[in-house]
Design a protein around this ligand. Structure first.
Ligand SMILES: Nc1ncnc2c1ncn2[C@@H]1O[C@H](COP(=O)(O)OP(=O)(O)OP(=O)(O)O)[C@@H](O)[C@H]1O
Ligand SMILES: [Mg+2]
Length: 435
């Protein structure tokens, strides 16, 4: 335990450390750039001239000329280092940094010695001038505590945080954010030129700092949750539309007879409307997975992207999607035989969830109630992209492992989502006829 005396001595040392930190930060900023080095040399030359000309500026006269000269020299010797230190300190101290630390102090975001993080630098992102990059010295507050307190930090500093990560070492935290006055639009229409050129990057919507996307070649499976009317189906279709446009083979399980998917989807994708067909298709997909395993092994490559780079006949990606996965996997009230059928489906889905990535086979599920009884651990734990729309605490906890969707997404929002990496975005609205 730290008592009050310890706290006050730590606080005094903290003040000294601030001086030291901003001074060395200033040195880094000056000598980190060529222009800074040139200015430093000019400044040094100016100091030398100033030293040489000190008796011309303060001309000794009358008696005690030697004493006057000595005093002038001492004065200049004090003045030059002091001004140099003050200038370096000011260059190292970002504008408003003391205010930032005070604001963090006010909300109690401090370490056990009562020290708030210190702003080291504030810059504008080169790729997007709306985005600010704030770099903090954490003074022992770990990144996990920053993320847990994101709401409070946003409110204290009047910013919307897009991303928080560790800097060069674990004593530095970097925040990408936009000014608190920025708003996300409630409606952003999809347009063809938003389709990403990058291999299997799927664009989802607009976040505070620009486009939000997920690359399914890297993070293969996706789970979209949210209460009714939150915009899950629109987002799921947005994802599938892009998969179709990127020449993936898309299967959609819809036990409502495919009514939620207008005719164009039936042309471009394979709609699976009953359990028997669904099971057959899943078996054919897992067979294809085994087949691809053999193909990649023979070719001596690790995944389908590497294989496709040199292959004449390229392997296409396969996407299996379901708009309400509970409709397929819910076993409540079913007979033993029906439960066995579902267990068989579950086992095929588990294989895809575990092994699909390297072989270009993906799962995209949407759901209102993804509890453990419906989505087993093997499937859930392998779905790394989790996105939640408007939701209550329980649903948000199940999808994101925290209650953030319930806290951050207004109850009236439609098409507004939060990812498990903490990015909030407005999903693009798109007209299904453009498929
Ligand atoms: N990206 C979006 N931008 C603007 N409005 C949207 C967006 N997505 C959905 N909406 C609005 O929300 C309504 C419901 O969307 P959607 O059918 O996708 O919800 P849902 O979560 O699938 O609901 P349910 O669980 O009942 O199927 C849409 O009809 C539309 O008016
Ligand atoms: Mg829906």
């Amino acid at each position: 335990m730290i008592d009050n005396n310890d706290k006050s001595s730590l606080h005094n040392r903290w003040n000294m450390r601030i001086l030291g930190i901003y001074f060395s930060n200033g040195l880094k900023r000056i000598f980190g750039k060529n222009s800074g080095r040139v200015i430093a040399i000019i400044y040094l030359a100016f100091c030398l001239i100033f030293w040489e000309c000190r008796y011309s500026i303060w001309q000794p006269y009358g008696y005690f000329q030697n004493l006057q000269k000595f005093m002038t020299s001492v004065l200049v010797l004090i003045l030059i280092p002091s001004v140099t230190f003050a200038l370096t300190f000011l260059i190292g101290m970002p504008f408003g940094s003391i205010g930032v630390s005070n604001n963090l102090h006010r909300i109690g975001f401090v370490n056990s010695a009562g020290e708030a993080p210190l702003l080291l630098s504030k810059s504008v992102d080169k790729s997007n001038d709306r985005v600010m990059i704030l770099k903090f010295k954490t003074f022992g507050i770990p990144l996990s505590e920053w993320t847990d307190n994101q709401d409070r930090i946003e409110s204290a500093l009047n910013i919307h945080i897009d991303e928080m990560r560790e800097g060069d070492d674990c004593r530095v935290v970097i925040i990408r954010c936009v000014d608190g006055e920025n708003r996300l639009s409630d409606y952003i229409e999809w347009s063809e030129n938003l389709l990403s050129d990058e291999n299997f990057e799927i664009v989802l919507g607009e976040g505070y700092s620009g486009r939000v996307s997920v690359n399914i070649a890297k993070i293969p499976h996706m789970l979209i949750g949210g209460s009714t009317g939150s915009g899950k189906s629109v987002l799921l279709k947005l994802v599938l539309m892009q998969c179709v446009k990127k020449d993936a083979k898309v299967y959609i399980a819809d036990f409502k007879g495919g009514v939620d998917f207008p005719p164009i989807w039936h042309i471009k994708c394979s709609l699976l409307t009953d359990e028997k067909t669904l099971y057959k298709v899943l078996v054919s997909i897992t067979d294809e997975l085994q087949n691809r395993k053999q193909i990649l092994r023979t070719a001596g490559v690790a995944n389908i992207d590497e294989y496709n780079r040199n292959a004449e006949k390229k392997l296409y990606r396969i996407v299996f999607a379901c708009d309400e996965i509970a409709e397929v996997l819910d076993k409540t009230g079913l007979s033993k035989q029906q439960k066995d059928e579902i267990l068989k489906i579950e086992s095929e889905l588990s294989i895809i969830a575990r092994q699909g990535r390297a072989f270009g086979i993906h799962l995209v599920f949407a759901t209102q109630r993804p509890d453990a009884a419906i989505l087993n651990g093997q499937i859930r734990n392998n779905i790394d992209t989790r996105i939640c729309g408007r939701a209550d605490n329980v649903l948000s906890q199940i999808i994101l492992d925290n209650t953030d969707a319930s806290d951050k997404i207004a109850k009236s929002s439609q098409g507004r989502f939060l990812t498990n990496s903490g990015k909030i975005f407005q999903a693009y609205w798109f007209d299904e006829n453009i498929l």
